[in-house]
Ligand binder design. Structure first.
Ligand SMILES: Nc1ncnc2c1ncn2[C@@H]1O[C@H](COP(=O)(O)OP(=O)(O)OP(=O)(O)O)[C@@H](O)[C@H]1O
Length: 596
């Protein structure tokens, strides 16, 4: 339960809503409790006057007496109505304060969790799967919201109603109060068990629904494979089996749900029975009036829902505590990559790796071993090597997605950590290998790192990245939606949009990670021409599997198993007759007219 203490800061922030809510609940309940008392008075009035009425029956005063009695009853009826109006009014305000409070808290909390997620480093995202992150920010926060809103509301309601009703009951008869309260703890306990059962079953159903969703989603995403392997029937069978499990679980829940109300009615019915029986005995003895019995029956009914709610609240609080525990786990996770630097100068582009060794914290894989190289401002370097040889890791370290395990990276002759992290990332234009575009317009994707860029520049950079004509061929040009909600761009088009996105930032250093792999040789040639022209003054690192003779590299390093196994210029490496020379030879044979 101590997990929920984290939420106290929100209660403090919205204390005004909370206190007002408490006041409105109490006022609403006050008017509610006055109702049975008015009904009791009305009923007693009728009982008392019945005798007198019989006396006047048949006389000429009968009409007057009846009129007077009706007027009094009308007055009581009107009073009950007025009380109901006040009760309803305060009930409306109670929801407007407490439920609104819970929604405000939910909003603050979701924002806090999302902002915290964004601060966490890449290693955190590798350790935890996206589904888990999503469920904590959606389902878990929803469950906590149930505690902040409905549970608090019914809890506050329960306390104030209990005090008022029990007080009013005790004023009439302590003995009768005791009898009618006997079944209520049983009601509360059994509702607690039933709602816990309902919650467990609902959770299983939710999980099964998630499985069902992902099964369907996977089939739709991989529909080409499914169709080409003629696996439609098999996937339908698999889906039907999952649906069947969902159906069974839902039917089980329906059985449990149908226990809820009969149980409630049974136990409150017993309370009513006890009130009528023992109350009747007391009326005979003359200690209470018949109106008191009616008053008590209404009290018992009033208590039914709050007492039921005890079990329900307990179950909500239990779930909220479990969810808050999961949320706290992430909130307490601190990023390992933090901003230690204050250097916000633009970069001249000098990069030096000094004996850099790096081991991925989550897998223990040593991706780089004593890697050293130096680039002067404006120099271009190619990194070549087999897959898994550590090329991307070099880019990740330069962007401080991870910190080196051993050795040092210097940027402009200063340790990487002395540079302001945000500024450092802003000054590096990085085109990652796995291109990712947001479900937004092409324009919005291009200006992602420099939102104020004017349309003319967006178009210019699309031209530099050789994607302008492709974009203009789309139905809405730069306003075309891409991704899930829009058109699907080809792999090569996506790569070029992502190049435009990196270049429009006008970075000091450019890193391209195998980002021309999916474009044809002509397009590749155009992009590289732009690089050798417009980016002549920028330091650039190009990670690739292809050898480009178009672009004059000042340096080429060949990676293997995390080490730099060859380094030098194109000519030096050819003379070396190693991996590079081999690759060059193979590529010359394969594509004699390509970009070589
Ligand atoms: N986020 C990560 N967590 C753990 N290990 C990783 C991670 N990224 C890469 N590795 C491992 O580090 C090694 C180097 O990977 P890296 O991505 O740097 O290679 P690469 O040369 O860029 O490969 P490719 O040409 O296929 O992109 C590989 O063994 C890989 O499995």
């Amino acid at each position: 339960m101590k997990q929920l203490a984290y939420l106290n800061k929100y209660f403090w922030r919205y204390r005004r809503h909370f206190l007002l809510g408490f006041l409105f609940v109490s006022l609403s309940n006050y008017f509610r409790v006055l109702q049975p008392q008015t009904i009791r008075e009305a009923l007693d009035l009728v009982v008392e006057n019945l005798y007198l009425y019989r006396m006047y029956q048949g006389t000429e005063l009968e009409g007057d007496f009846f009129g007077m009695l009706s007027l009094q009853l009308f007055y009581f009826g009107f009073l009950v109505l007025v009380l109901a109006v006040f009760m309803g009014l305060f009930m409306y305000w109670m929801r407007q304060t407490i439920i609104v409070m819970s929604r405000l808290m939910e909003y603050d909390m979701r924002k806090e969790v999302f902002a915290h997620y964004e601060k966490l480093d890449l290693a955190f995202y590798k350790r935890n799967n996206t589904g888990d992150l999503m469920s904590r920010i959606t389902e878990d926060i929803n469950k906590v919201r149930m505690y902040l809103g409905p549970a608090v509301l019914y809890g506050v309601n329960l306390i104030s109603l209990f005090i008022l009703v029990i007080y009013s009951m005790l004023m009439v008869s302590a003995e009768l109060t005791m009898y009618c309260l006997i079944p209520l703890p049983f009601l509360s306990i059994s509702i607690y068990y039933v709602s816990t059962l309902i919650n467990t079953q609902s959770e299983k159903i939710q999980q099964q629904l998630a499985t069902l969703n992902s099964t369907a989603q996977e089939v739709y995403s991989g529909i080409r494979v499914v169709k080409s392997y003629v696996q439609e029937a098999a996937t339908v069978k698999h889906f039907a089996a999952q649906s069947d499990r969902f159906k069974q679980q839902s039917l089980r829940l329906a059985v449990t749900n149908s226990l809820f109300f009969p149980l409630m009615v049974l136990l409150t019915g017993m309370s009513t029975l006890l009130v009528i029986y023992f109350g009747g005995l007391q009326v005979v003895k003359g200690t209470i009036t018949p109106g008191n019995i009616a008053e008590f029956v209404i009290y018992v009914n009033m208590l039914t829902w709050p007492v039921t709610a005890i079990g329900w609240i307990a179950s909500i609080v239990q779930q909220a505590a479990a969810s808050q525990k999961r949320i706290n786990e992430f909130l307490k996770t601190q990023p390992t990559i933090v901003n230690l630097g204050s250097n916000t100068q633009d970069l001249s582009g000098e990069i030096e790796f000094k004996n850099v060794t790096f081991t991925y914290p989550d897998t223990g894989i040593t991706a780089l071993k004593e890697v050293s190289f130096k680039l002067e401002p404006g120099q271009k370097m190619a990194i070549i090597g087999r897959t898994g040889s550590g090329k991307t890791t070099i880019a990740d370290l330069l962007l401080r997605m991870y910190d080196v395990t051993e050795g040092q990276i210097l940027l402009d002759n200063q340790a990487l950590s002395t540079h302001d992290l945000a500024k450092l990332r802003k000054r590096i234009g990085y085109v990652p290998q796995d291109v990712f575009l947001f479900s937004d317009t092409i324009s919005a994707n291009i200006v992602f790192g420099r939102r104020e860029a004017p349309q003319a520049e967006i178009e210019d950079f699309a031209r530099y990245a050789s994607v302008y004509n492709d974009i203009m061929d789309l139905p809405k040009g730069f306003d075309t939606l891409v991704g899930e909600r829009g058109v699907t761009l080809s792999g090569g088009q996506k790569q070029r949009v992502s190049i435009a996105r990196a270049l429009i930032k006008k970075p000091d250093i450019v890193i391209l990670d195998d980002c021309l792999s999916a474009v044809d040789t002509n397009t590749e040639k155009q992009v590289l021409e732009y690089f050798s022209g417009a980016l002549a003054q920028k330091t650039a690192i190009i990670i690739t599997h292809r050898i480009y003779s178009l672009l004059q590299f000042d340096k080429i390093i060949v990676m293997d198993g995390g080490r730099v196994v060859e380094a030098g210029t194109h000519e030096e490496l050819l003379a070396n007759k190693g991996y590079y020379a081999d690759l060059f030879e193979k590529q010359t044979e394969e594509v004699p007219t390509a970009s070589l």
